[in-house]
Design a protein around this ligand. Structure first.
Ligand SMILES: C[S@@+](CC[C@H](N)C(=O)[O-])C[C@H]1O[C@@H](n2cnc3c(N)ncnc32)[C@H](O)[C@@H]1O
Length: 385
């Protein structure tokens, strides 16, 4: 790493095992997110300040945070409303007044949570949550309207989302109200620090009213290029990570006590839910053929070409449950979409071109079949033909 936290080489960036931290990255642990170092290295090496970075499967917004905090513009989308919410909050600047309002909200929170008052929410999305946390959250959410603007309400919501994820997702021992609030205090101040770090690095002069530096959408990749406000966008780098074929990742649920699934993140983030798991993964996990998945990859990448500069680099991180079958199909879907594969050596990487990265500690593959294959992510680099 150099002094700016940019790995020295592509190889170092690809094999980093550093924990995700810094700026606003830790606001939410989005499943299968890529490391900030990975995004940062490609952004630094292949774009200049003022250029546009695109991510059409942006998930929790790792690439958005890295692009915007290194002087680039960002365009991105995800069809998961939760991903959109998280990316929005991670890349929203807070004013000094917003920060004071939030600190004041936080100082009033504990006294607003009296477990002996009020009703338990009967919303189906939180029915799987043990009642202490359910009621704590309901009373906390009820305080949000006291915040005067959408930025602060979203930030406060996201802080509750973060602590709830810690409290519930894949946890065996669910904390009590006091433990929840203690943890929330820590998360909340770390998030305020993260937001300040993001704002310090964010170049306000890049955006204008008509063309803001950040343009993010809750939409499918295939629809992004028909967004009228993006007609002039020509990104220099597309860096992304589509859903992994056949690999079990739950983008839209938490697992309480390791088993019961809850839609609580949508309730907390006030987002639309109601889609089946296959909606987020381009089809079922074990389909008879991979045609539907490959066809979505083909149409998505074909469509986003309209938003790319002619020489733009297209960098993807993908894991496969059956690499022998899916990897060649994936490459031909990219070819059919109008791209040619670029070897990392062509980009000035060292001769031992690292195209496969082992992923440490991925909770979603540990218990599943095909664990070994799915724990290796392929780095695919393309340009338009
Ligand atoms: C591997 S995750 C991306 C993680 C991201 N790189 C990060 O760092 O958080 C893949 C994302 O693709 C989204 N997705 C699935 N199908 C999509 C589509 N057709 N268009 C846009 N997004 C899609 C999923 O909702 C999921 O958030």
């Amino acid at each position: 790493m150099n002094n700016f936290g940019v790995p020295r080489s592509l190889s170092e960036a690809l094999h980093t095992t550093a924990t995700v931290r810094g700026a606003t990255h830790a606001f939410y642990r989005y499943p299968a997110r890529f490391s900030p170092e990975f995004a940062r290295t490609f952004i630094h090496k292949f774009t200049d300040a003022g250029d546009t970075v695109l991510d059409c499967f942006m998930g929790g917004g790792t690439s958005a945070v890295e692009a915007l905090s290194t002087g680039r513009r960002f365009v991105g989308c995800d069809l998961n409303s939760l991903a959109f919410f998280v990316t929005l909050v991670k890349t929203t600047e807070l004013s000094k007044n917003d920060r004071s309002l939030l600190i004041d909200w936080r100082s009033r929170l504990a006294s607003a949570i009296n477990l002996h008052s009020g009703d338990l929410p009967d919303d189906e999305r939180v029915s799987q949550i043990p009642w202490t946390i359910r009621k704590t959250l309901a009373l906390a959410v009820a305080t949000l309207p006291s915040l005067p603007n959408i930025r602060t309400r979203n930030f406060a919501r996201c802080s509750l989302l973060r602590t709830s994820q810690w409290a519930l997702d894949c946890k065996r021992d669910i904390p009590n109200k006091d433990e929840f609030l203690d943890k929330h205090t820590l998360h909340f101040s770390a998030m305020l620090e993260g937001a300040a770090e993001f704002a310090a690095n964010y170049d306000r002069s890049l955006g204008s009213k008509d063309e803001p530096a950040r343009r993010i959408f809750n939409s499918a990749a295939v629809d992004l290029s028909s967004t009228s406000t993006l007609a002039n966008v020509r990104a220099q780098l597309l860096i992304t990570s589509p859903p992994y074929p056949g690999v079990h990742v739950l983008y839209h649920r938490w697992q309480v006590n390791g088993r019961r699934e809850t839609a609580a993140p949508y309730w907390l983030a006030n987002c639309l839910d109601g889609q089946p798991p296959s909606y987020y993964t381009m089809g079922p996990r074990r389909p008879e053929t991979w045609e539907r998945y490959m066809s979505e990859i083909r149409s998505s990448f074909c469509s986003v070409k309209k938003l790319l500069h002619r020489n733009a680099l297209v960098v993807q991180l993908v894991a496969f449950s059956e690499p022998n079958v899916q990897y060649p199909l994936y490459l031909s879907a990219m070819r059919d979409a109008g791209y040619r594969k670029v070897e990392l050596a062509e980009l000035g990487s060292t001769s031992d071109s690292p195209i496969i990265r082992s992923v440490p500690n991925r909770k979603w593959y540990a218990q599943s079949k095909g664990a070994i294959a799915a724990s290796r992510e392929y780095v695919l680099v393309h340009r338009q033909r």
